[in-house]
Design a protein around this ligand. Structure first.
Ligand code: TYD
Length: 262
């Protein structure tokens, strides 16, 4: 068997072999099958979701490393933020000095940052055939603003359809305990207080109550049950290596194998 590296945007029709990782089965894919849009292979959009402190950013970066090692072009982003405009919006939303932000204003700001990210980063990257890995997306609005702030799922999904529009190909939901998130929040708050309150701290959400995060958690579980074809829930309470290989395995099964042409 020829063991040939994949190259980004490769449009040839030969079958390539993806290197085998530990217990991960060997998979053959055809790069040109990553999908077609006006003759250009379209990339794949993967989001990571979960409660604060569940380890999503670490897992996102580890998956990005694996995909890059396979020869794919990968870009990563976080929400709210990434674009210059999005980072300014992030400053308003997350800073604990932002008082009295109405839940609907918070929702609108999340989607303003998201619309900018979609336009400036995600769409161009997908059109160029890249993998786009994003730390939080609309599910975060559905769970935090819809669930936590009790605006409801329908309101959030209506805004999503009008403003963000784009849906992920796959969402990795890292399931963790509410108590772990609350404990982490408490630690971060204590650190900030000990420093006399940082000028640009990002603790506004972390000051929320246990009940708030419990509603967020329940909303995540509902999304996972509603959309199993898009959302893969992984138990993030285990050691990071185990979680990592489970995610890699799932990405191979759902994204790479499904890309094989008829
Ligand atoms: P961040 O420090 O990036 O937290 P994490 O590392 O847990 O992702 O802060 C992002 C916070 O913003 C987080 O508490 C979740 C919240 N958030 C929403 O409430 N709605 C949203 O749509 C998004 C994207 C984030």
């Amino acid at each position: 068997m020829g063991d040939e590296e994949l190259t980004p945007g490769d449009s040839r029709s030969r079958t390539f072999i993806i290197r085998q990782f530990s217990s991960v089965p060997l998979i053959t894919i055809q790069p040109r099958a990553l999908c077609y849009h006006s003759g250009v292979p379209r990339g794949k959009f993967i989001t990571f979701e979960g409660l604060d402190g569940c380890g999503k950013s670490t897992q996102l970066n580890r998956l990005a490393d694996v995909l890059r090692a396979e020869g794919f072009d990968v870009i990563t982003a976080r929400e709210p933020g990434t674009t210059p405009i999005g980072e300014q919006i992030r400053g308003i939303i997350l800073n604990s000095r932002t008082h009295n932000l109405a839940p609907r204003a918070e929702l609108a700001l999340m989607f303003a940052a998201r619309a900018q990210l979609v336009r400036e980063v995600i769409e161009p990257a997908l059109n160029a055939g890249k993998f786009v890995l994003v730390d939080r997306y609309t599910d975060s609005s559905e769970t935090y603003q819809g669930g936590g702030r009790e605006l409801g799922t329908d309101t959030v999904l209506q805004v999503h359809r009008a403003i963000a529009v784009l849906n992920p190909d796959l969402t990795i939901l890292m399931d963790s305990d509410v108590s772990a998130s609350v404990a982490r929040a408490r630690r971060r708050n204590q650190q900030t207080t000990a420093k006399g309150g940082a000028e640009a701290d990002e603790n506004r959400f972390e000051r929320e109550s246990y009940k708030f995060f419990e509603r967020v958690h329940q909303a995540y579980l509902k999304i996972a049950a509603r959309e199993p074809e898009r959302v893969y829930m992984v138990d993030a309470r285990r050691d990071p290596d185990t979680v990592h290989w489970e995610i890699v395995n799932e990405v191979r099964k759902r994204i790479l194998v499904n890309s094989v042409p008829q």
